[in-house]
Design a protein. Structure first.
Length: 95
């Protein structure tokens, strides 16, 4: 009988240890899930900001393309009048 009690106590202690470990794992897993949700929310905000930046870059490129030719024309005529020459306005290239 004494042996049965010792064995039962050992098994109970091992079960308590396993339950404690599983509880710890569950707590850590919950924290990881919360962090993933938070990162997804942050990612949505970053995507929104990147989209706005892309729209702004497109606007600037379009505006530059629209005024580049008239500016080159003015630059060329001014250079002809003052007698100097410099390179044409550069093209905007995607990085």
């Amino acid at each position: 009988m004494d042996l049965d009690n010792k064995l039962a106590n050992k098994l109970e202690n091992k079960l308590d240890t396993i339950i404690s470990i599983l509880t710890n794992i569950e707590t850590r897993l919950t924290k990881i899930e919360d962090n993933i949700v938070s990162m997804k929310e942050d990612n949505k905000a970053v995507e929104k900001d990147c989209s706005k930046m892309r729209e702004h870059i497109d606007f600037i490129e379009h505006t530059y393309d629209a005024v580049k030719m008239p500016l080159n024309y003015l630059k060329t005529n001014i250079e002809y009048i003052i007698g100097s020459k410099s390179p044409s306005l550069p093209l905007i290239e995607d990085a």
